[in-house]
Design a protein around this ligand. Structure first.
Ligand code: UD1
Length: 368
């Protein structure tokens, strides 16, 4: 029996851990799962509703670290997590993605010599001004098992000197959650509730510090969105960081065609995504979800750590000035985005592959 401690903290972690826990539960003789929530995200709309939609068990341990500067938040996770690891003595710790909770957990486990598996390893934007890039590099160096979502990630890890035996290309657990939720996504009434016609609106998400922390950049983007709203309704579920910055910069009263709403639950958000004419985003996960769903995606960033979404999928990186955003959006509205392909192994079975690799060797032998 292997005791596995799964660590989550922020919204994009929940849909990545859910399929792994669900898969391990199929083998109760092999795995005992303990779920730790750091509390990096704590608003019900950023956390609780995702547990419901993803059928995640309630966390066994809640660390309640909350918000803060990068050092504060990372340090608080480390301080709160260390005694949990010492008490629970896991055989393996599983971390996902690239948020501050991820790197904090990696540091704690590496110092305590607890084996560490990183899911979604090897992604690189090559932009160290992005906090997640720092988290990704450190986490990968400290991990014992690295599960990758796309082939570029393998090349990045090998270039950084990670031993090939540690790296496993397994596909995308985020897509596992999406595939499982497809029937619920179809049944969701979110578009009707918001008075939106299918394929008759644009969906926006925005929360990168590089876009929303600077009032001038934020004003430029909101201006472009309001203009796009003249042609097509724009619905914008606003992340708490972005909401605060919009309020602080006095930008809350934009045109009526730009509909700002609260953050949406997982299923409702993906329903809006699947039925949008186009999506504009600076999120990592949304670039992947739109690629899977075949929805045109314009990414408001100069780079992406998920190149398969551009080379194979429906994603395009666009400039951050008002004109480029508007021009790219108009082209996408008029069908000017090439059809994409779903990247290899984004098939809903990534967690299955991960759990097969993690099976204690006797169980693997008897299953063979
Ligand atoms: C974090 C991740 C980012 C991820 C994003 C998804 C890091 C460095 N960043 O960014 O990679 O894409 O989550 O959402 O880990 N806040 C609330 N309620 C909450 C959480 C946050 O109001 O439940 C507000 C707080 O004012 C906080 C701010 O949002 O200071 C930012 O939260 P934080 O967790 O620091 O980073 P995110 O921008 O959410």
């Amino acid at each position: 029996m292997m005791r596995v401690l799964h660590i989550v903290g922020a919204r994009p972690n929940f849909m990545k851990i859910a399929p792994i826990i669900a898969e391990m539960r199929k083998y109760p003789e092999s795995f005992e799962s303990v779920l730790v929530h750091t509390g990096q995200h704590y608003d019900p709309k950023m956390s609780g509703v995702f547990f419901r939609d993803l059928e995640l068990p309630a966390p066994d341990v809640f660390l309640g670290v909350g918000s803060g500067t990068h050092a504060e938040q990372t340090a608080r996770v480390m301080l709160a997590l260390e005694p949990v690891i010492l008490e629970r003595c896991p055989d393996l710790v599983v971390i996902v993605g690239d948020v501050n909770s991820t790197v904090a957990a990696a540091l704690v486990c590496a110092k305590l010599c607890v084996p560490l598996a990183h899911v979604e390893a090897g992604l690189r934007s090559f932009d160290r001004t992005m906090p997640e890039e720092v988290n990704r590099i450190v986490t990968d160096q400290l991990s014992d098992l690295l599960f990758t979502t796309e082939e570029d990630a393998n090349a990045n890890l090998l270039r950084e000197g990670v031993a090939p035996a540690k790296i496993h290309f397994v596909g995308n657990v985020m897509i596992d959650s999406l595939v499982k939720a497809l029937p619920k996504i179809e049944r969701s009434q979110a578009s009707e509730r918001l008075g939106l016609e299918r394929k008759g609106y644009a969906l926006v998400t925005l929360h990168r510090p590089s876009n929303v922390d600077d009032p001038a950049s934020l004003a430029t983007i909101l201006g472009a969105l309001a203009d796009i709203g003249g042609d097509l309704p724009v619905v914008f579920p606003v992340h708490p960081r972005t909401a605060q910055n919009i309020a602080r910069a006095g930008l809350a009263t934009t045109s009526g065609a730009l509909r700002m709403v609260d953050p949406l639950p997982y299923v409702d958000f993906l329903h809006l995504c699947a039925n949008a004419r186009l999506v504009l985003t600076d999120s990592g996960g949304v670039q992947e979800e739109t690629t899977y769903l075949g929805i045109p995606c314009l990414t408001l960033r100069p780079n992406t750590e998920r190149p398969a979404t551009v080379s194979l999928g429906t994603n395009r990186l666009i400039g951050l000035d008002r004109r480029s955003i508007e021009t790219a959006a108009r082209a996408a509205m008029n069908g000017g985005v090439s059809e994409g392909r779903v990247p290899p192994l984004w098939d809903g079975r990534a967690a299955e592959r991960i759990v097969t690799i993690l099976q204690p060797s006797e169980a693997r032998r008897s299953a063979a």
